[in-house]
Design a protein around this ligand. Structure first.
Ligand code: PLP
Length: 399
């Protein structure tokens, strides 16, 4: 059962065989869900050795669990990283990464268009611990460098590309070089692209953050997160933050995520194919003012996306003719797409960021980050693209 991962395997093979899976005891092809909180010691010395780190094995599922470990091996393998830590959610992953890189008195720079929860973490949560996050327009390297120079005890640079919800593309290579020039830990939230389309570690990025709730789970049935980095960072994260704050990934979640990863390459192909067709369709629609999709050659991020991504992803944002009310109206007009936040599911999910996911931003912050009141975000699912276009068309006609 235990197979050695071969470096030359393509990502489709690694997604299925990227960890030592199965169960040698019974031959079970599916990895068991080790649904246990604690693990028995063979004797008192074994317990003592495990606690001293002098024996290999398991103690307690907050510290480590075999099913969660299998998931960690798999996601690290796909990203091309040495190690990973799973979490109960993507936000826990983000908090742990930031709190490992920075402590009280430190600051970091973040791109200004971020997942709404990450923006809330920066504006409300980490200031309580004396950590300051400065959000800047990271499409402009000069602005990023100015912010780094001005920030006190700046320790890290955190960005998302493609960014939520505007699909803004940031240059991973350039930003990583800039971050490293100033001795920063460079962290990328790779949720939208997944390791199938974009592997930032190959550009020298230090830390990858995932909400595994999205494409990695892929079926809208699990909440989880992961951080991938070198072994040293993951060890510090575990010892300094994770073990004693305990945002643990459940064994069942890890099992669902492992299952999701097996089909991630093939699902991403279809998400990308459908999104490309729908983006083109929307760009010709009279009720649509602007389409934000990195795969359109008119998109400002097109060339950078082409360089650093193997395809353009399954997320589209577009602006309908009108304002806040028309944006909301679109939500009540669709019949096939599910009106919901989150993304990366088999089902197409549609949302109006200004009234939902990005309502954590003030009106001024939304304007500064390009999150328009008439903007709609679609996570294009795996349905037939023609059916999805029919649905969007009938909804747009009602506006
Ligand atoms: C959803 C999301 C998160 C947060 O993840 P949760 O699993 O919801 O905690 C972080 N970053 C991005 C880009 C996301 O889409």
């Amino acid at each position: 059962m235990s197979r050695k991962v071969k470096d030359h395997w393509k990502i489709e093979t690694k997604a299925i065989h990227g960890f030592t899976g199965g169960d040698d005891l019974t031959g079970s092809v599916s990895l068991p869900i080790y649904q246990t909180s604690t693990f028995a010691f063979r004797d008192s010395q074994h317990g003592a050795d495990l606690f001293k780190g002098e024996a290999e094995g398991y103690i307690y599922s907050r510290i480590s669990n075999p099913t969660v470990e299998a998931f960690q091996h798999e996601i690290a393998c796909l990203e091309g990283g040495e190690a990973a830590q799973g979490f109960g959610s993507g936000m826990a992953a983000t908090f742990n990464a930031v709190a490992t890189a920075c402590q009280s008195g430190d600051s970091f720079i973040a791109s200004e268009t971020l997942y709404g929860g990450t923006h809330a973490l920066i504006s409300h949560v980490i200031p309580r611990f004396g950590i300051t996050g400065h959000e800047v327009d990271a499409t402009d390297l000069n602005k990023v460098e100015d912010a780094i120079k001005k920030a006190k005890n700046c320790k890290a640079l955190l960005f998302e590309t493609p960014a939520n919800p505007t699909l803004t593309i940031l240059d991973i290579d350039e930003l990583t070089k800039l971050g490293h020039k100033h001795g920063l830990v460079v962290m990328v939230d790779n949720t939208f692209a997944t390791p199938i389309l974009q592997r930032p570690l190959e550009y020298g990025v230090d830390v990858i953050i995932h909400s595994t709730t999205k494409y990695i789970g892929g079926h809208g049935d699990v909440v989880g997160g992961a951080v991938v980095a070198d072994s040293d960072f993951i060890q510090r994260l575990r010892e300094d933050v994770y073990i004693d704050t305990g945002a643990t990934m459940a064994p069942l979640s890890a099992w669902l995520l492992l299952r999701g990863l097996k089909t991630l390459p093939i699902r991403m192909k279809q998400h990308c194919f459908n999104a490309d067709r729908i983006a083109k369709f929307l760009s010709f629609h009279p009720k649509v003012e602007v389409v934000h999709f990195p795969g359109l050659s008119s998109n400002p991020g097109y060339h950078i996306a082409k360089k650093q991504m193997s395809d353009f992803g399954g997320m589209i944002a577009f602006e309908v003719a009108g304002g806040f009310e028309e944006g909301k109206k679109m939500m009540d007009a669709v019949e096939l797409a599910t009106v919901a936040v989150s993304l990366g599911d088999c089902d197409t999910l549609i949302c109006h960021p200004a009234s939902t996911t990005h309502s954590t931003y003030s009106q001024e912050e939304r304007v500064a980050s390009g999150i328009k009141d008439n903007m709609i975000r679609i996570s294009v699912g795996l349905e037939d693209a023609g059916d999805l276009m029919d649905d969007l068309n009938q909804a747009l006609r009602k506006l």
